[in-house]
Design a protein around this ligand. Structure first.
Ligand SMILES: *[C@@H]1O[C@H](CO)[C@@H](O)[C@H](O)[C@H]1NC(C)=O
Ligand SMILES: *[C@@H]1O[C@H](CO)[C@@H](O)[C@H](O)[C@H]1NC(C)=O
Ligand SMILES: *[C@@H]1O[C@H](CO)[C@@H](O)[C@H](O)[C@H]1NC(C)=O
Ligand SMILES: *[C@@H]1O[C@H](CO)[C@@H](O)[C@H](O)[C@H]1NC(C)=O
Ligand SMILES: *[C@@H]1O[C@H](CO)[C@@H](O)[C@H](O)[C@H]1NC(C)=O
Length: 385
């Protein structure tokens, strides 16, 4: 009779092949420090000069060896361009732009304060600048404002990964439950069925823990869900990734705002993600989502599967750095590109440089955002051809 350890080792070899959820090794990690939002003075400073991490993540990835290098174009590039950037992208965008101007001396780039993605997006709609580096998805109102003005969507190309759990710097998102909840993972369809009223991904409504296979005393308990009041970058991301299926935008259960007339007693709206992990840690029936930087209370961080019978992926550093964690974030460069005329050649070359091995090396050297993997470079590259 093989030992249990040998059986487990065998199972870990076989299970991925046949596509069953892989068992996890439960690793206990200490909670993160409790952060608070920037003070007015810190916010003003970020607007003026950019935002810097107060404490750098120690884990660093290596660059994907297969990233394609930048090669200079034979086209003669020239022109004068103005850009904007989110506060967290101020320094890296200056480095990218500086390096590009060194390669193409007839190109002039300007980028200056205020450093705020929200302001930059508005200036792009007004036609006051040619591109904006934004550390999240554009707001739906920015996209619709842009479309009203120009008749087509803004072009948003992913140019960098987010961070693993760097506070303020686009940390990866996870679903969390109380630490005593026996559940280990949920599929995207189950999450949609728990959190949305629309259930665009085709599941039945899920209201009790027993509905997702939890046994024991929790089984007949209602699932208490903790959400972030729209609009918020975390909320928008989860809505796009998990609640939107088949091109249909998902809606949160129990209305969009705290004014909703039909309040569901099992939905708690928080203004921001700051308190979510503490609230979930205090409620045995809870589920919520938050950035990994905000897990400052002992909760269970769930694995997810993107398809019903797909492999379960754990929110580990490695999975986030490999961009395999499906709730990893990305940074975008947004331009006004008329599909009829195609992309401005300078803007196209700039983005090709940014996503190249050399551009991503500059990012790696900063130690904050995660460089793109080859498959991400390929997909962004397609948007630039
Ligand atoms: C820069 O512009 C000047 C003047 O138009 C031109 O002679 C020169 O070849 C250009 N340099 C490059 C590197 O394109
Ligand atoms: C580029 O454009 C900006 C803004 O319109 C202007 O302030 C600047 O003088 C221009 N620079 C060059 C080199 O033409
Ligand atoms: C819960 O109970 C059912 C039926 O008794 C069983 O099939 C299932 O494996 C149990 N689930 C867990 C998570 O223990
Ligand atoms: C919520 O209600 C308050 C007071 O009636 C109102 O001022 C506010 O605009 C409402 N918010 C939303 C999002 O509808
Ligand atoms: C978090 O909760 C504390 C304690 O209830 C409260 O003082 C604080 O305002 C909350 N913070 C946010 C960002 O909601």
């Amino acid at each position: 009779m093989p030992s249990p350890a040998a059986l487990a080792a065998l199972a870990s070899l076989i299970l991925p092949v046949i596509g069953l959820p892989q068992p996890f090794v439960n690793v206990m990690t200490p909670v993160m420090p409790t952060y608070s939002s920037q003070t007015k003075a810190q916010g003003d400073r970020s607007l003026a000069v950019g935002r810097f991490p107060d404490r750098l993540e120690l884990l660093r990835p290596s660059l994907d060896n297969n990233l394609v290098s930048y090669s200079l174009t034979t086209e003669s590039l020239s022109g004068n361009y103005t850009f904007a950037a989110s506060d967290v992208l101020a320094t890296i965008s200056q480095r990218w732009l500086g390096e590009f101007m060194r390669m193409y001396p007839n190109v002039t780039f300007n980028i200056h304060a205020p450093y705020a993605g929200s302001l930059g997006a508005l200036e792009l709609v007004k036609g006051n600048l040619q591109g904006v580096f934004v550390s999240r998805e554009l707001k739906p109102t920015d996209v619709s404002g842009f479309k009203d003005a120009f008749g087509y969507d803004p072009t948003s190309v992913p140019i960098a990964g987010g961070s693993y759990r760097q506070f303020g710097f686009l940390d990866a998102i996870s679903f969390i439950t109380h630490k005593d909840n026996p559940i280990e993972s949920l599929s995207f369809k189950q999450l949609d069925s728990i959190f949305s009223s629309t259930r665009n991904c085709g599941g039945n409504s899920i209201g009790k823990w027993g509905d997702v296979g939890v046994n024991g005393t929790l089984a007949d308990k209602d699932i208490n869900i903790y959400g972030i009041t729209p609009w918020n970058g975390f909320e928008e991301f989860v809505r796009q990734k998990v609640l939107s299926c088949g091109g249909k935008r998902g809606e949160w259960r129990s209305g969009e705002d705290t004014n909703t007339t039909k309040k569901d007693p099992h939905v708690t709206w928080e203004e921001t993600v700051f308190n979510v992990s503490r609230l979930v840690s205090e409620d045995p029936t809870a589920i919520g989502y938050t950035g990994l930087a905000y897990v400052d209370s002992p909760v269970k961080v769930l694995g997810v599967s993107t398809t019903d019978d797909g492999p379960v992926i754990a929110p580990t550093y490695e999975n986030v750095a490999l961009a395999e964690w499906p709730l990893s974030r990305v940074v975008y460069f947004n331009t006004n590109t008329d599909p009829k005329t195609g992309m401005d050649p300078v803007l196209r070359e700039l983005q090709k440089f940014v996503i190249s091995k050399e551009g991503q090396k500059l990012l790696l050297d900063q130690g904050v955002f995660l460089p793109l993997r080859k498959f991400q470079q390929d997909s962004s590259s397609k948007m630039l051809s």
